[in-house]
Design a protein around this ligand. Sequence first.
Ligand SMILES: Cc1cc2nc3c(=O)[nH]c(=O)nc-3n(C[C@H](O)[C@H](O)[C@H](O)COP(=O)(O)O)c2cc1C
Length: 359
Amino acid sequence: MMWPTAAAQLLGLEVPVIQAPMGGGPSTVELAAATSNAGGMGSLAGGYLGPARLREDIRRLRSLTSRPFAVNLFVPSAVDVTDDELDTALRVLEPYRLELGLPPRADVSAWSEDFDAQLDVVIDERVPGFSFAFGLLSAAQQSRVRQSGAVTIGTATNVAEARALEHSGVDIICAQGAEAGGHHGSWLAAADDSLIGSLALVPLICDAVRVPVVAAGGIMDGRGVAAVLCLGAGAAQMGTAFMLCSEAGTAAPHRAAIRAASETDVVTTSTVTGRLARGVRNRLMTELRDAKVPPYPVMNALTAELRRASAASNDDQLMSLWCGQAAPLAAAGSADDLVRSIAAALASTALPSPRRGAE
Ligand SMILES: Cc1cc2nc3c(=O)[nH]c(=O)nc-3n(C[C@H](O)[C@H](O)[C@H](O)COP(=O)(O)O)c2cc1C
């Protein structure tokens, strides 16, 4: 293997592992710090954080590590919802809210956080890495972030998205395979048409672009990292593998569901948040399957409070149990142990040299 790969050099990785940003709780400052300190790169999931909390978390992370880390945000999409669609969704959710002791209707003040304000914080704090999902930055945003010194990582689930990201000037592309846990990042194709497995997606994207590629989706240990390096990726971005780590903020019922899940329990839903997402099947997923719901981020905002209330009452049936297809391989331990075990596995694996420019 050509080590360090171009992606590892750009990101300052000693081990080709990026802890994926995991919004909604699993990502913590401590998890990111532990991963970075072990030689990988931790990510802060900023998508659901307001600007003040985002700034606080970045500063706290800086106090816990002097090594590189990334901050992640969601590129916003236009919100298009009619009063009728809203009313239908609120009616569908009413029984679940009442069951959890919440007022019948969600009172949502904004469908998502203010992306411009979040991005200002990222730029202002001069973070080492900035990753984003669900779209492209504008030319002005892309250049402001790069001028602040951040390495930019855009997320693609197909070749067209990877090409568009390269054209927009990103430094690295994260190829997110269909195995991935949480929301699927597709934005230039219908999500159902863009469920390309990592084994197909990573070499397809590596062959289509000149910028370095990192692979995400279904990578759980040294075998998986070695496999995506062989496919041409320069590093692995791993989410589910970190979810049972002691430093993760994964809620107790979510941890238990991951521990108990077999691969056939991990399925997709489009109706819990209005965007395709993967996690352990539960009542909310099953009962909403055929519901007519508004798109993300509206449905995400409408179900957020009830999913949080379900988690708080230790009930795994009405919360989101996001995780990837390889969840049964997730192991408890520390992030430090996980990164070091991958480094050890790679040290004893014979890896071929990737084609020039393909890593
Ligand atoms: C619980 C959870 C939350 C996630 N939240 C985010 C997020 O906030 N931003 C993002 O870009 N990706 C998010 N992802 C996707 C990850 O970045 C990554 O693509 C995925 O975890 C890789 O697949 P794996 O879970 O099989 O490792 C999330 C994934 C999970 C499991």
